[in-house]
Design a protein around this ligand. Structure first.
Ligand code: TPP
Length: 277
């Protein structure tokens, strides 16, 4: 894992689960590069927040974009050069609050890029305010009376929006490796939620003791109804058991294959200069 390192010293808290996500992503990309892909084939987009620093610590091209705007930036990259492997990284604030409208449309458009949401159930960089996936009753200085509204369920939201790859993993190197490898094999938009408990601003919910693998219970990821049922087992509020793995995977037309110009661009290589308009 040497050539993807940067000289930046991580400013994440010691023990932050973001380190696990970073390590898993680097391992997979490093292997792809060893197998012949070029470093220049990859692009990383990150939002604003603790998660967003991932681009500082991984030596690949990319954009540390505006808060909530990871998805349109990824889409722009794919439309500009469909040959790129684009990986987007958001926090739950970035993805489900300010960036929410993009999320629904990203699932609908099915552009061929991969999207990780580091869900720590708080706006961590701004010191722990509640996000749309924070549990009822959570208190902080901005919400002294406690959160009153039920959290959204992003897995259900993505299933309902037509996403073709919907997964949830825990922030563990091995799980990140597994899911990224699968997502890269998938043709289309891949939504990957990562449970990434914030060790400073959110109480420890003991998620690690409550998770189980969908694979091990014979979940059929091609079955939408089964995925919908599994998605309801954890509502980000009361925690009893948390299914992890790929909830749903299907094949639908990919955005880049639906425009003649993009198909041509993909064949010819990089840049609009190659396309007759
Ligand atoms: C347009 C805009 N709105 C709000 C902010 C303030 N802001 C900076 S970081 C942040 C919190 C990010 O939280 P999240 O996306 O959950 O990421 P985390 O820090 O938890 O990884 C916010 C609200 C901003 N920088 N830009």
């Amino acid at each position: 894992m040497t050539n993807l390192n940067t000289k930046k010293i991580p400013s994440w808290c010691p023990g932050c689960y973001n380190f696990q996500i970073l390590a898993g992503v680097k391992k997979v990309i490093e292997a792809k590069i060893k197998a012949g892909q070029k470093k220049e084939d990859f692009m990383v987009v990150s939002g604003i927040g603790c998660h967003g620093k991932i681009l500082d610590y991984i030596n690949l091209n990319g954009i540390h974009t505006l808060h909530g705007r990871v998805l349109p930036t990824c889409l722009g990259m794919k439309v500009g050069n469909p040959n790129l492997t684009v990986l987007g990284f958001s926090g739950d604030g970035d993805a489900y609050a300010e960036g929410m409208e993009h999320l629904i449309h990203a699932a609908r458009y099915n552009s061929d890029f991969k999207y990780f949401v580091h869900n720590n159930q708080v706006f961590a960089l701004t010191v722990g305010q509640p996000t749309p996936t924070t549990e009822i009753g959570f208190k902080d200085k901005t919400t002294p009376l406690g959160v009153k509204f039920p959290p959204i369920n992003p897995i259900k939201l993505m299933l309902a929006s037509g996403a073709t790859f919907v997964a949830r993993v825990f922030a563990d190197v091995g799980q990140i490796e597994f899911v990224l490898k699968e997502a890269l094999k998938h043709k289309g938009f891949a939504f990957i939620e990562v449970l990434q408990p914030c060790i400073i601003f959110h109480k420890d919910e003991g998620y690690q003791d409550k998770v189980y693998s969908l694979d091990k219970v014979g979940h059929d990821k091609s079955n939408f109804e089964a995925a919908w049922k599994k998605a309801q087992e954890f509502d980000y509020n009361a925690v009893e058991k948390i299914p992890l793995g790929i909830f749903y995977q299907t094949q639908k037309p990919v955005l880049e294959e639906q425009f003649e110009q993009l198909v041509e661009l993909k064949k010819k290589g990089i840049g609009w200069k190659n396309v007759k308009r």
